[in-house]
Design a protein around this ligand. Structure first.
Ligand SMILES: C[S@@+](CC[C@H](N)C(=O)[O-])C[C@H]1O[C@@H](n2cnc3c(N)ncnc32)[C@H](O)[C@@H]1O
Length: 250
Protein backbone atom coordinates (compact mmCIF):
# COMPACT_ATOMS: atom_id res chain seq x y z
CA UNK A 1 0.00 0.00 0.00
CA UNK A 2 1.30 3.50 -0.80
CA UNK A 3 1.71 6.14 1.85
CA UNK A 4 -1.31 8.44 1.61
CA UNK A 5 -3.07 10.95 3.80
CA UNK A 6 -5.31 8.15 5.03
CA UNK A 7 -4.43 5.91 7.93
CA UNK A 8 -5.57 2.63 9.42
CA UNK A 9 -5.76 2.47 13.22
CA UNK A 10 -6.07 -1.05 14.61
CA UNK A 11 -7.06 -0.90 18.24
CA UNK A 12 -7.20 -3.53 20.93
CA UNK A 13 -10.23 -2.66 23.03
CA UNK A 14 -9.35 -4.84 26.02
CA UNK A 15 -11.21 -7.74 27.63
CA UNK A 16 -14.69 -6.25 28.04
CA UNK A 17 -15.01 -3.31 30.43
CA UNK A 18 -15.05 -0.01 28.51
CA UNK A 19 -12.64 1.65 30.94
CA UNK A 20 -10.00 -1.04 30.34
CA UNK A 21 -9.05 0.49 27.00
CA UNK A 22 -6.01 2.70 26.46
CA UNK A 23 -6.31 6.49 26.51
CA UNK A 24 -4.72 6.47 23.04
CA UNK A 25 -7.41 4.18 21.60
CA UNK A 26 -10.15 6.34 23.16
CA UNK A 27 -8.65 9.50 21.60
CA UNK A 28 -8.32 7.90 18.15
CA UNK A 29 -11.88 6.55 18.32
CA UNK A 30 -13.23 10.08 18.74
CA UNK A 31 -11.46 11.23 15.56
CA UNK A 32 -12.28 8.52 12.99
CA UNK A 33 -14.05 8.90 9.64
CA UNK A 34 -15.09 5.26 9.58
CA UNK A 35 -14.85 2.25 11.87
CA UNK A 36 -14.99 -1.44 10.96
CA UNK A 37 -16.46 -3.57 13.72
CA UNK A 38 -16.70 -7.36 13.74
CA UNK A 39 -19.74 -9.44 14.59
CA UNK A 40 -19.90 -13.17 15.25
CA UNK A 41 -23.51 -13.37 14.04
CA UNK A 42 -25.01 -11.62 11.02
CA UNK A 43 -26.99 -8.54 12.07
CA UNK A 44 -25.87 -8.73 15.72
CA UNK A 45 -23.95 -5.96 17.47
CA UNK A 46 -20.45 -7.06 18.39
CA UNK A 47 -19.07 -7.09 21.93
CA UNK A 48 -16.09 -5.08 20.66
CA UNK A 49 -18.48 -2.43 19.32
CA UNK A 50 -20.43 -2.15 22.57
CA UNK A 51 -17.12 -1.63 24.44
CA UNK A 52 -16.11 1.37 22.30
CA UNK A 53 -19.52 2.93 21.63
CA UNK A 54 -19.17 5.64 24.28
CA UNK A 55 -15.90 6.91 22.77
CA UNK A 56 -17.09 7.04 19.15
CA UNK A 57 -17.97 10.34 17.47
CA UNK A 58 -21.56 10.46 16.16
CA UNK A 59 -20.03 11.57 12.84
CA UNK A 60 -18.11 8.31 12.40
CA UNK A 61 -19.53 5.91 9.84
CA UNK A 62 -19.88 2.36 11.22
CA UNK A 63 -19.25 -0.64 8.92
CA UNK A 64 -20.16 -3.99 10.43
CA UNK A 65 -18.78 -7.11 8.85
CA UNK A 66 -19.35 -10.75 9.68
CA UNK A 67 -16.29 -12.96 10.18
CA UNK A 68 -17.39 -16.55 9.69
CA UNK A 69 -16.39 -18.58 12.73
CA UNK A 70 -17.49 -22.06 11.65
CA UNK A 71 -17.23 -21.95 7.86
CA UNK A 72 -14.62 -23.78 5.77
CA UNK A 73 -11.26 -22.15 5.13
CA UNK A 74 -12.09 -20.93 1.61
CA UNK A 75 -15.18 -19.06 2.85
CA UNK A 76 -13.23 -17.51 5.76
CA UNK A 77 -10.44 -16.44 3.42
CA UNK A 78 -12.94 -14.82 1.07
CA UNK A 79 -14.20 -12.60 3.94
CA UNK A 80 -10.65 -11.70 5.01
CA UNK A 81 -9.83 -10.79 1.38
CA UNK A 82 -12.96 -8.66 1.15
CA UNK A 83 -12.40 -6.76 4.43
CA UNK A 84 -8.68 -6.25 3.71
CA UNK A 85 -9.56 -4.82 0.30
CA UNK A 86 -12.18 -2.49 1.84
CA UNK A 87 -9.66 -1.21 4.42
CA UNK A 88 -7.08 -0.66 1.66
CA UNK A 89 -9.52 1.39 -0.40
CA UNK A 90 -10.62 3.50 2.59
CA UNK A 91 -6.99 4.39 3.38
CA UNK A 92 -6.23 5.07 -0.31
CA UNK A 93 -9.20 7.48 -0.28
CA UNK A 94 -7.50 9.46 2.49
CA UNK A 95 -9.81 8.46 5.34
CA UNK A 96 -9.00 7.84 9.00
CA UNK A 97 -10.10 4.23 9.38
CA UNK A 98 -10.54 2.30 12.62
CA UNK A 99 -10.53 -1.47 13.10
CA UNK A 100 -11.18 -2.95 16.54
CA UNK A 101 -10.34 -6.27 18.13
CA UNK A 102 -11.01 -7.68 21.56
CA UNK A 103 -8.08 -7.84 23.96
CA UNK A 104 -4.84 -7.21 22.10
CA UNK A 105 -4.81 -7.21 18.29
CA UNK A 106 -1.59 -9.24 18.00
CA UNK A 107 -2.76 -12.19 20.10
CA UNK A 108 -5.11 -14.83 18.62
CA UNK A 109 -6.84 -12.21 16.54
CA UNK A 110 -8.41 -12.31 13.07
CA UNK A 111 -6.72 -8.95 12.50
CA UNK A 112 -3.46 -10.85 11.82
CA UNK A 113 -5.04 -12.53 8.76
CA UNK A 114 -5.83 -9.04 7.44
CA UNK A 115 -2.33 -7.78 8.29
CA UNK A 116 -0.88 -10.59 6.15
CA UNK A 117 -3.01 -9.33 3.26
CA UNK A 118 -2.22 -5.64 3.76
CA UNK A 119 1.54 -5.86 4.29
CA UNK A 120 3.10 -8.06 1.64
CA UNK A 121 6.67 -7.75 2.93
CA UNK A 122 7.92 -7.43 6.49
CA UNK A 123 7.94 -3.70 7.15
CA UNK A 124 9.01 -2.14 10.45
CA UNK A 125 6.28 0.48 10.65
CA UNK A 126 4.30 1.50 7.55
CA UNK A 127 3.30 5.18 7.77
CA UNK A 128 -0.35 4.34 6.91
CA UNK A 129 -0.76 1.92 9.82
CA UNK A 130 -0.85 2.27 13.61
CA UNK A 131 -1.55 -0.70 15.86
CA UNK A 132 -2.65 0.26 19.37
CA UNK A 133 -2.13 -2.52 21.92
CA UNK A 134 -4.89 -3.65 24.25
CA UNK A 135 -5.10 -5.41 27.61
CA UNK A 136 -5.25 -9.13 26.88
CA UNK A 137 -7.96 -11.28 28.41
CA UNK A 138 -5.40 -13.23 30.43
CA UNK A 139 -3.83 -10.08 31.94
CA UNK A 140 -7.31 -9.00 33.03
CA UNK A 141 -8.04 -12.45 34.50
CA UNK A 142 -4.71 -12.57 36.37
CA UNK A 143 -5.49 -9.15 37.85
CA UNK A 144 -9.12 -9.92 38.71
CA UNK A 145 -8.21 -13.20 40.42
CA UNK A 146 -4.93 -11.97 41.96
CA UNK A 147 -3.12 -14.91 40.35
CA UNK A 148 0.39 -14.06 39.10
CA UNK A 149 1.45 -15.23 35.65
CA UNK A 150 5.24 -15.66 35.83
CA UNK A 151 8.12 -14.47 37.99
CA UNK A 152 11.93 -14.47 37.84
CA UNK A 153 13.13 -17.46 35.77
CA UNK A 154 9.71 -19.09 35.42
CA UNK A 155 8.22 -19.70 31.98
CA UNK A 156 4.80 -18.80 30.62
CA UNK A 157 3.00 -20.52 27.72
CA UNK A 158 -0.10 -19.12 26.04
CA UNK A 159 -1.94 -21.82 24.15
CA UNK A 160 -5.29 -22.38 22.49
CA UNK A 161 -7.28 -25.41 23.66
CA UNK A 162 -7.96 -26.17 20.01
CA UNK A 163 -4.41 -27.64 19.98
CA UNK A 164 -3.98 -31.41 20.13
CA UNK A 165 -4.02 -33.20 23.48
CA UNK A 166 -0.30 -34.00 23.07
CA UNK A 167 0.58 -30.33 22.54
CA UNK A 168 -1.53 -29.25 25.51
CA UNK A 169 0.06 -31.89 27.72
CA UNK A 170 3.57 -30.82 26.69
CA UNK A 171 2.74 -27.21 27.57
CA UNK A 172 1.52 -28.32 31.01
CA UNK A 173 4.67 -30.38 31.56
CA UNK A 174 7.20 -27.86 30.26
CA UNK A 175 6.07 -24.54 31.71
CA UNK A 176 5.52 -23.02 35.16
CA UNK A 177 2.53 -20.95 34.10
CA UNK A 178 0.10 -21.82 31.33
CA UNK A 179 -2.71 -19.72 29.85
CA UNK A 180 -5.33 -21.92 28.16
CA UNK A 181 -7.55 -19.94 25.80
CA UNK A 182 -10.61 -20.99 23.77
CA UNK A 183 -11.64 -23.57 26.36
CA UNK A 184 -15.35 -24.16 25.65
CA UNK A 185 -16.09 -27.76 24.58
CA UNK A 186 -12.53 -28.88 25.40
CA UNK A 187 -13.11 -28.31 29.14
CA UNK A 188 -13.55 -32.02 30.08
CA UNK A 189 -10.28 -32.92 28.33
CA UNK A 190 -8.41 -30.03 29.97
CA UNK A 191 -9.75 -30.97 33.39
CA UNK A 192 -8.56 -34.57 32.89
CA UNK A 193 -5.11 -33.33 31.92
CA UNK A 194 -4.93 -31.00 34.94
CA UNK A 195 -6.04 -33.86 37.21
CA UNK A 196 -3.52 -36.30 35.72
CA UNK A 197 -0.69 -33.84 36.40
CA UNK A 198 -1.92 -32.78 39.86
CA UNK A 199 -2.53 -29.24 38.71
CA UNK A 200 -6.17 -28.73 39.67
CA UNK A 201 -5.15 -26.89 42.84
CA UNK A 202 -3.11 -24.49 40.76
CA UNK A 203 -5.74 -23.66 38.14
CA UNK A 204 -8.72 -21.38 37.81
CA UNK A 205 -11.13 -20.58 35.01
CA UNK A 206 -12.75 -17.24 34.32
CA UNK A 207 -15.55 -16.50 31.84
CA UNK A 208 -16.55 -13.03 30.57
CA UNK A 209 -13.80 -11.34 32.60
CA UNK A 210 -14.53 -7.68 33.43
CA UNK A 211 -18.07 -7.92 31.99
CA UNK A 212 -21.22 -7.87 34.17
CA UNK A 213 -21.59 -11.63 33.47
CA UNK A 214 -18.07 -12.44 34.77
CA UNK A 215 -17.72 -15.81 36.53
CA UNK A 216 -14.70 -17.40 38.17
CA UNK A 217 -14.27 -21.06 39.14
CA UNK A 218 -11.39 -21.79 41.53
CA UNK A 219 -12.30 -25.41 42.08
CA UNK A 220 -12.36 -27.05 38.68
CA UNK A 221 -12.37 -30.54 40.24
CA UNK A 222 -15.93 -30.23 41.53
CA UNK A 223 -17.59 -28.68 38.48
CA UNK A 224 -20.36 -31.10 37.72
CA UNK A 225 -21.39 -30.24 34.17
CA UNK A 226 -21.51 -33.03 31.63
CA UNK A 227 -19.46 -32.87 28.44
CA UNK A 228 -22.60 -32.02 26.45
CA UNK A 229 -23.52 -29.15 28.77
CA UNK A 230 -20.05 -27.66 28.58
CA UNK A 231 -20.19 -27.52 24.81
CA UNK A 232 -23.40 -25.49 25.00
CA UNK A 233 -23.21 -23.64 28.27
CA UNK A 234 -19.70 -22.29 28.69
CA UNK A 235 -19.11 -18.77 27.38
CA UNK A 236 -16.88 -18.50 24.32
CA UNK A 237 -14.94 -15.98 26.43
CA UNK A 238 -13.51 -18.49 28.91
CA UNK A 239 -9.87 -18.90 29.84
CA UNK A 240 -7.96 -21.11 32.30
CA UNK A 241 -4.84 -19.92 34.13
CA UNK A 242 -2.40 -22.40 35.65
CA UNK A 243 0.48 -21.43 37.92
CA UNK A 244 2.45 -24.33 39.40
CA UNK A 245 4.04 -21.99 41.94
CA UNK A 246 0.75 -20.60 43.22
CA UNK A 247 -1.61 -22.64 45.34
CA UNK A 248 -5.20 -21.46 45.26
CA UNK A 249 -7.17 -21.23 48.45
CA UNK A 250 -10.61 -22.64 47.67
C1 LIG B 1 -10.02 -15.08 19.47
S1 LIG B 1 -9.33 -15.11 21.10
C2 LIG B 1 -9.09 -13.39 21.36
C3 LIG B 1 -7.94 -13.09 22.30
C4 LIG B 1 -7.72 -11.59 22.49
N1 LIG B 1 -7.11 -11.01 21.30
C5 LIG B 1 -6.89 -11.26 23.71
O1 LIG B 1 -5.92 -10.47 23.61
O2 LIG B 1 -7.22 -11.74 24.81
C6 LIG B 1 -10.75 -15.49 22.05
C7 LIG B 1 -10.39 -16.13 23.37
O3 LIG B 1 -9.87 -15.13 24.25
C8 LIG B 1 -10.28 -15.39 25.58
N2 LIG B 1 -11.07 -14.25 26.06
C9 LIG B 1 -11.31 -13.11 25.39
N3 LIG B 1 -12.01 -12.25 26.16
C10 LIG B 1 -12.21 -12.87 27.35
C11 LIG B 1 -12.86 -12.49 28.57
N4 LIG B 1 -13.44 -11.30 28.71
N5 LIG B 1 -12.86 -13.38 29.59
C12 LIG B 1 -12.27 -14.59 29.47
N6 LIG B 1 -11.63 -14.99 28.36
C13 LIG B 1 -11.61 -14.15 27.30
C14 LIG B 1 -11.09 -16.69 25.55
O4 LIG B 1 -10.18 -17.77 25.82
C15 LIG B 1 -11.57 -16.72 24.11
O5 LIG B 1 -11.88 -18.03 23.70
Amino acid sequence: MNATAGKLYVMGVGPGASDLMTVRAARILSELDVIYTPTGKKGAKSLAHSIIEEYLSPKTEVCTYHFLMKADMAAKQAVWDEVAQALKEEVANGRKVGFITLGDPMLFSTWVFLLQRLVSQPMASPSWLEIVPGITSFSAIAAASAMPLAMEDQTLAVISCTASEAVLEQALLNHDCIVLMKVYSRFPLIRDLLQRHNLLEHALMMADATLPTERCWCDLATLSFSEKEWGKGLSYFSTILVNKNWQLSK
